[in-house]
Design a protein around this ligand. Structure first.
Ligand SMILES: N[C@@H](CCC(=O)N[C@@H](CS)C(=O)NCC(=O)O)C(=O)O
Length: 212
């Protein structure tokens, strides 16, 4: 099994899950910043041009954060990375999907890559929505999403209750971008971020990523 990852990316969440599971795996660093995700040889592995990308032992390729996280959790049931209780499970999916689909891709996406979110067609280009405006929209989306997630995290150490699950890995990768763009995490998320960061698996990943 091999994880393709890039510095500063959401792939850290999947890397943390691999460390939590503790089975052997390989990694390959991709220079995402330099655009290596958008060209061969990487696009021959994942034509979507994104990390995380997981190549499994049978050679099949798995993409999309939630699919990879779910597969890792389901194939390692002893690790408890998906709660057994159905209500806790769906609340975890709810948080993970909001972290990936809204907080990351709608909010931080606009801040990190505003050009991709500017109107691309001739009709809407007349709106002259500049990159600064797109970034401003991104910040508003991030602040709203963080406030909602903060409410959901009240009174619980981890996203689904007492134990670390795949939802925490997603929440953690998104939380970690907030200070990088000058947005303070609200209190419950700040505590969650520190709690996850203190896990030995996270420390090992951060060392591999050259952050520790
Ligand atoms: N929907 C994808 C999004 C993954 C994604 O946006 N990855 C970013 C890094 S956080 C990436 O690889 N960007 C490289 C690029 O767009 O070239 C998922 O959930 O895995």
């Amino acid at each position: 099994m091999k994880l393709y990852w890039g510095p500063h990316t959401c792939a850290i969440g999947i890397h943390i899950l691999l460390e939590e599971i503790g089975k052997p795996y390989e990694t390959e660093k991709v220079d995402v910043q330099a655009g290596a995700t958008q060209e061969p040889p990487f696009t021959r592995i994942n034509p979507k041009g994104k990390v995380p990308t997981l190549v499994r032992d049978d050679g099949s390729v798995l993409t999309e954060y939630e699919a990879i996280a779910t597969w890792l959790a389901r194939t390692n049931p002893d690790k408890g990375l998906i709660p057994a209780d159905p209500e806790a499970e769906v609340r975890g999916i709810e948080i993970m999907d909001y972290a990936v689909g809204t907080l990351h891709l709608q909010g931080f996406g606009r801040i990190f890559k505003p050009a991709l979110y500017e109107p691309q067609d001739s009709v809407h280009q007349t709106l002259k929505l500049g990159q600064d405006e797109v970034k401003k929209q991104g910040r508003a989306l991030v602040e709203k999403a963080l406030a909602i997630l903060d409410g959901q995290m009240a009174g619980r150490p981890y996203a689904t209750g007492e134990n670390f699950t795949i939802a925490d890995s997603a929440l953690f990768y998104a939380e970690r971008w907030a200070p990088q763009v000058g947005i303070a995490l609200p209190p419950n998320l700040a505590a969650h971020y520190e709690r996850v960061k203190a896990r030995p698996a996270v420390a090992r990943v951060r060392e591999i990523w050259g952050e520790a």
